[in-house]
Write a protein that binds this ligand. Sequence first.
Ligand SMILES: NC(=O)c1ccc[n+]([C@@H]2O[C@H](COP(=O)([O-])OP(=O)(O)OC[C@H]3O[C@@H](n4cnc5c(N)ncnc54)[C@H](O)[C@@H]3O)[C@@H](O)[C@H]2O)c1
Ligand SMILES: Cc1c(CN(C)C(=O)CCc2cnc3c(c2)CCC(=O)N3)oc2ccccc12
Length: 264
Amino acid sequence: MTGLMQGKRGLIMGLANDKSLAWGIAKKLREHGAELAFTYQGDALAKRVKPLAEQLGSDFTFECDVSEMSALDTAFAILRSRWDTIDFVVHAIGFSDKNELRGKYVDTSLENFQMTMNISAYSLVAVAKRASEMMPNGGSILTLTYYGAEKVIPHYNVMGVAKAALESSVQYLANDLGPQNIRVNAISAGPIKTLAASGIGDFRYILKWNELNSPMRRNVTIDDVGGSGLYFLSDLSSGVTGETHHVDAGYHVVGMKQEDAPDI
Ligand SMILES: NC(=O)c1ccc[n+]([C@@H]2O[C@H](COP(=O)([O-])OP(=O)(O)OC[C@H]3O[C@@H](n4cnc5c(N)ncnc54)[C@H](O)[C@@H]3O)[C@@H](O)[C@H]2O)c1
Ligand SMILES: Cc1c(CN(C)C(=O)CCc2cnc3c(c2)CCC(=O)N3)oc2ccccc12
């Protein structure tokens, strides 16, 4: 098998099932010859993740809750026990108390604000620190963000604030790690029906609105995200770092409801 990722290997964090954005990215990386390791959150997901990893030729899967630094240390020790270096990491992790993703942002609790920032933003810093120590010849780190970081998307609330922190972190990490030839970028994906999205009220409305009002008049898929992920994780993007790249059918460029959009 030849391809853009021939001879490259890396870690995928945040695969839950075959609807995950991480799955779209992992499939494309494998198609282009990458060797993959996976972390999952909690043993409950192991039974879902292991068979998916096997589909992509990988038996290298292990648990990691990114809110625990000891768990991150253990995960990277396991990674290093089989591979002394890696070429890439995908960070496809985000979480908040879903009860605070429906009301008002002004009602956000301190506890959920901190937990959301820890898991959805700080965890990239903690992952990048540990991954960079396994990238002596450089590498590529990719995370996933959403337009709610840039403009208000009703009810995205504290997740939007965390994604704003994540996107700024991408720039600071890019600056710190650039001299080591380690690139750090983000894909800002349009709404996609995943496990994380299924806990959200009105998600069908959000999907329909994006479909009717995006320049391409469609929603994006995990395969759209996978293709752009392959670009950022391969040498095609060798001169690109600190970037947040929209894979959203162009939605972020639109400032008003399309005239051909029916009322929904
Ligand atoms: N689905 C969308 O509409 C959409 C759009 C743009 C960005 N994103 C982002 O894409 C990323 C992946 O989400 P998804 O939509 O594929 O949903 P998903 O539910 O498939 O993936 C989210 C993953 O985060 C993991 N996770 C949550 N808390 C964790 C913790 N403490 N430790 C380790 N892992 C933890 C979950 O186990 C899960 O695997 C998230 O950062 C999300 O914010 C999603
Ligand atoms: C789009 C969109 C999403 C998808 N997206 C971009 C996301 O980043 C998912 C964010 C998310 C974070 N934490 C949780 C959940 C979703 C639901 C399940 C749970 O318990 N916690 O979520 C929204 C919430 C409100 C409005 C729009 C959106």
